[in-house]
Design a protein around this ligand. Sequence first.
Ligand code: NI
Length: 422
Amino acid sequence: MESVLFKGAYVPGQGNVDVGVRGGRIDLVGRGEAGNYDRVIAADNCALLPGFVNAHGHAAMTLLRSAADDLPLQQWLEEKIWPLEARLNSRRVYWGTMLAIAEMIRSGTTTFTDMYFFEDAVAQAAEETGIRAVLSRGLVAVGPGFDQAMAETREFVRTWQGRGDGRITTLVGPHAPYTCPQPYLEEILDLARELGRPLQIHLAETRSEVEESRRQYGKSPVAVLEEAGMFALPVLAAHCVHLSPEDIDILARYDVRVAHNPTSNLKLGSGIAPVPALLAKGVTVGLGTDGAASNNNLDMMEEIRLAALIHKGAHHDPTLISAQQALAMATAMGARAVFLEEEIGAIREGFKADLILLDLDKPHLTPRHNVEAHIVYAAQASDICLVMVDGKILLEDGHLTTIDEERVLYEAARAARELLEQ
Ligand code: NI
């Protein structure tokens, strides 16, 4: 793998510096000697950022993009999404995931999180394309196939944990408290302990989920999971839209990581997560796109901007969620949300070289009073001119280096047609 020196790039929080990459890791932040590297990239008109971490999603749902819109969550799931998902198979999930990865690399995502079915096909796509991935087979206990899904989870973790030179890591993925009630949840927690892997779950996404939990158990979904002992293990919880102050205290006390999905929550009419309150209590909050069926794209730059905007509007307070905080949620905090904070999420010597280069030489990014604010409030995914994961360039000059994009578009469109046809 060639060594690369990014010369003179603007790095948020560090100013204009040189960043060297060797053997898949950042080996220099400061002043670099061009002669010490195989390749030098002049970057003085660019910003160099840690790649974005998409902390929640279902990649292959790209196949369902715009197949069902403008419906409430339960109706959307039960009448539209689940019947189509019943027709998925490994090949279709593979091509849907390849489509998602192409889109994610183009918009600066270097790590994505996934919870779905046929997860081996997701892992295969991640391994082939060079992206970093945090993957789990979704577990739904209400309904048939739970034992098989548990066996598949065990096999999946044993097969894929650490594959792709460590780019692939695994989680145990109970879908939600309402689809994984006791005693199934206990079995799932035992499995997570046995495998030594963290968990991810959808939590407190809608008001009706919380109301139903209070009716059935007399407590919130967060309190139900606490009582079940789930938070004694490391947990990534997606959404967390409807939280009481007590719920927020519980999440903070157990260091539960939260994935904030502002677009999906707005589109499904679920609400706006209390992110300022979570951050004030020290909770780690990452950002996610959720699946493309409830977004309807996988562009993290849109999530960053929305995360910086909606809390200001909702609370009539323009000081909430600064540009720096929004960017951190997509990078350093995102890395911590998916349990990779010691490897990625910052431009630091020794960290994995997961980097994106943004071309600042654009009308909408001129003048340059504040580059961090530009990235959050003004930049577009099309400004990203280079994407690197593990020291390997995956996008440059508009071309994906590891993906046959024409074929992916063709095969994904075909797989999507098949879902509707059968
Ligand atoms: Ni989701």
